[in-house]
Design a binder for this molecule. Structure first.
Ligand code: UD1
Length: 432
């Protein structure tokens, strides 16, 4: 397994191009299953999760073409997807096990073909993450759901029927899946208490380009008039707000100055507000955000994760690491996932002062210095928190299990080296 080696202590300065959002791209890819025409996605990030989703779609019978592209000043990928006729309606265990978001094939396949078999994803490092809301909602739309041998067997006799669904809690995954099911259902579907994350709006915009009729985009009530057929479309993937927020913290934690190019300020209001409150200077200019922490003494602030537009759980670990370098104490409260402080024991090995209370909160006290260590992370965002700590720690930090980072951070070492970080990947083959 590859590792990342960082020598800490450099103040980072320069520009970082923000890639297309992984969490938008994954449901967008699955939306292509709703039509027999071609769906083309530009500004696609080059990530292992995208490759995994592509492999799953190929297994279902989708023809995928890949092109090198150049969008808004940086090189990227364009993919076109065509599922003339699905050759399989099963998402097997081996695919779903590697990537939970495989469950996004459920809504589209059930809507277009009236059938889907999906391996149940099970829990992961950050929590149990059940799919009950996805399944209950599909049942309300007339689907038969059976769980057997670790698989969900979903079917519907003729066509899914529109329904008035009130989600019991805000779920990004359930909102996307049911939205994709509803666009081809018979009649009107109303989704109340829907998640409002920008990635969901991005999906709804693509679906409307494909001929869907979705109203209320960006709000917690989505109204969908089902249509008989959808057509192909071309769509540019929205910028990754979590990648942008992660590099904003890289600027702040190293007391540097980074311009985030092609970032979308409206998707990052809460995290940018926290950074400003801590004492970081932030300038927004169209699709560029400059994070300037040069010479700043930062003050610790409390954060609490919430559904969008609240503070994102996917930036909790990174901000927790930042609070270690601020004056005073900060309370970090996690309300979305029940096991999302797995980075804390690793940060403690680097000299952090953090007390975790139950599963929900942590008190973080600023420390004079962190020191480099061998660390390993259990999930994607926690891994980036360790990279951040390594960037300011004295000496050398080795972050193990880099495959987590490759799932969600495109060209991570290249981007960080470009702003002056001393960081390199140690390939497994470089070791004895
Ligand atoms: C998505 C994101 C993930 C992010 C999360 C919250 C993708 C691929 N992943 O995950 O990066 O951290 O949103 O912003 O976009 N829940 C249930 N039953 C369900 C569905 C969810 O109890 O049927 C619970 C979950 O366990 C969790 C909470 O609802 O506690 C929110 O989860 P959800 O918004 O669904 O997260 P994901 O879509 O899995």
């Amino acid at each position: 397994m590859d590792k990342i080696k960082i020598k800490g202590g450099k103040s980072l300065e320069g520009k970082i191009y923000i890639s297309g959002a992984k969490n938008a791209a994954l449901p967008l890819i699955c939306a292509s299953l709703l039509t027999d025409e071609t769906v083309t996605l530009t500004n696609m990030p080059m990530l292992s999760d995208i490759k995994a989703m592509n492999a799953l779609l190929e297994q279902l019978g989708t023809k995928i073409d890949e092109f090198d592209d150049f969008v808004d000043g940086h090189s990227t990928k364009t993919y076109s997807y065509r599922t003339k006729e699905a050759t399989s309606l099963t998402a097997p265990y081996d695919y779903v096990r590697k990537m939970r978001a495989s469950y996004y094939v459920l809504g589209p396949l059930l809507a277009r073909y009236g059938k889907c078999e999906l391996s149940l994803p099970g829990g992961c490092a950050i929590g149990a993450r059940p799919m009950d809301i996805h399944l209950n909602s599909l049942e309300q739309m007339g689907a038969n759901i059976e769980i057997k041998n670790g698989y969900i067997y979903a079917s519907v006799e003729k066509r899914l029927k529109g329904a008035h669904i009130i989600f019991p809690l805000v779920s990004v995954g359930a909102t996307c899946n049911i939205l994709m099911a509803a666009v081809l259902a018979e009649g009107r579907t109303i989704l109340e208490n829907a998640a409002k994350e920008p990635e969901i709006s991005d999906l709804a915009h693509l679906l409307n380009k494909m001929g869907a009729k979705i109203d209320g985009i960006g709000t917690s009530i989505l109204t969908i008039e089902g249509v008989d057929k959808l057509n192909g479309a071309t769509h540019k993937v929205i910028a990754d707000r979590i990648e942008a927020g992660s590099y904003a913290v890289a600027a702040a934690i190293t007391r540097g100055c980074i311009e985030l190019v092609n970032a979308l300020p409206f998707t990052l209001k809460r995290p940018l507000h926290i950074l400003r409150d801590m004492g970081v200077k932030i300038t927004e200019n169209g699709n560029s955000i400059t994070i300037d922490a040069r010479g700043c003494t930062l003050i610790g602030k409390d954060i609490m994760t919430e559904p969008f537009p609240g503070f994102p759980t996917d930036l909790q670990a990174q901000f927790l690491a930042l609070m270690l370098t601020a004056d005073g104490a900060s309370m970090v409260t996690e309300t979305i996932f029940e096991n999302r402080f797995m980075h804390v024991p690793e940060l403690l090995r680097m000299g952090a002062n953090i007390n975790v209370h139950g599963h929900a909160s942590a008190i973080v006290r600023g420390v004079k210095r962190l020191s480099g260590a061998q660390v390993m992370a259990t999930d994607l965002r926690a891994s980036f928190a360790l990279i951040l700590a390594g960037l300011v720690a004295e000496g050398e930090t080795i972050v193990n299990r880099v495959y987590h980072l490759d799932r969600g951070y495109e060209r991570l070492e290249e981007k960080l080296r470009g702003v002056g970080a001393d960081i390199e990947r140690i390939k497994e083959s470089d070791e004895e």
